[in-house]
Design a protein around this ligand. Sequence first.
Ligand SMILES: [Cu+2]
Length: 470
Amino acid sequence: MSSRRDFFRMAGIAGGAVAASAVSRVAMAALPEPVIQTSSDTMAPLVPETGRSYNPVVTLNGWTLPWRMNQGVKEFHLVAEPVVREMAPGFKAHLWGYNGQSPGPTIEVVEGDRVRLYVTNRLPEHTSIHWHGQRLPNGMDGVAGLNQPAIPVGKTYVYEFVARRPGTFMYHPHADEMTQMAMGMMGFWVTHPKNKNPLIDEVNRDFCFLLNAFDIDPGSYTPKTTTMLEFNLWAWNSRIFPGVDSLNVRLNDKVRIRVGNLTMTNHPIHLHGHEFLVTGTDGGPTPKSTRWYEVTTDVAVGQMRQIEFLADEEGDWAFHCHKSHHTMNAMGHDVPNLIGVDHRGVAKKIKGLLPEYMVMGERGMADMTEMEMPIPDNTVPMMTGEGPFGSVEMGGMFSVLKVRKNQKHGDYKDPGWFKHPAGTVAHEYTGPLSEPARFKSEGGQSMPRAKKPDKAVEVRARKPTSHSDH
Ligand SMILES: [Cu+2]
């Protein structure tokens, strides 16, 4: 476990003083120096040095913001600013965020803590922060125009409230939200319970991340902020697979994963190999009588969900959004389904004119992952990620839960690929094959049509060429 000092070193902190013109001399003296983080790595959990102790969370491809204790008040300093986020290796996006990253740092406090948050605006336009899900005085709720004036460019505002209930929360602007959230402004907030809470179990691993989405044209760097549904990058904490770190745990660890959704559609989050309970929602811990086991839970827009399970099956288990378009990167949608279409004649003619022309799609899209197709600078292939058995054919909202017998307590390092025991991997069958037996119809329609169509119509499944929802 690393100390807070180690954390500072690892994080490569480059604290920047707030511009003197932005704040008065008195406020300047009172401001804690902002901590800036420029790496998109998953940082070690921030073990609290001051205040009540708790078991800290691990933010996937993110970090927790250190605080200053000032006469019993936990003081944080968030800086809203343009940032460069590496969304996947070799792919950098120009986003807006907090303290050097999008999403901003996770804020961790304990139920009952008095919290003071300084927010400095280094964006080119005004902003505000809404503390999503918190009980707080109305004037601290952060809706610009309704609860407070927007924070002007260059100014610092102060929010102060008591973290009244334990649970999973988020923060995001409530000023020009469409632009600012599409640009990546958001962060996670965890309030740990003060005392032993009968509805909140102790866990060995506690992970958190936000679901977010961007529309960035291949070859460009800045998201299109007017997009409502047709996003092309579906991200966890502004990272897309294979850029999303794996969740590494020890066999028989009790694991909690907290997810918040700040996209504009729902995400059914699915875990392989284990059943989980939803132990918390936006409103806090769920009553035990309402919990049941499942392997997929839908996280609707603006919601938070906490899932918990015992990691008692060794291996590399896929963990992803179950909407198949959300496990893809930068894809076009105006593509007809070409399965079953024979291109050979036309391909030959086109190749005469365009020697680079390639046929794709007539056997499905899997070929895409094997093709050495030239892609524009600064983007990622649509489906990618090399596993131990070849291409994983995934992108976007996808990661891997790695359960290992020899993963040490508190060790979050990637253990590499699972070594399957002999005889436990699906493999080719090479024995004799018999003719398939066909079933004969036994039942009948309960309400047959009065008039039968003249001839049978055969329908082939084909995706529509454009669609407005996922
Ligand atoms: Cu999804």
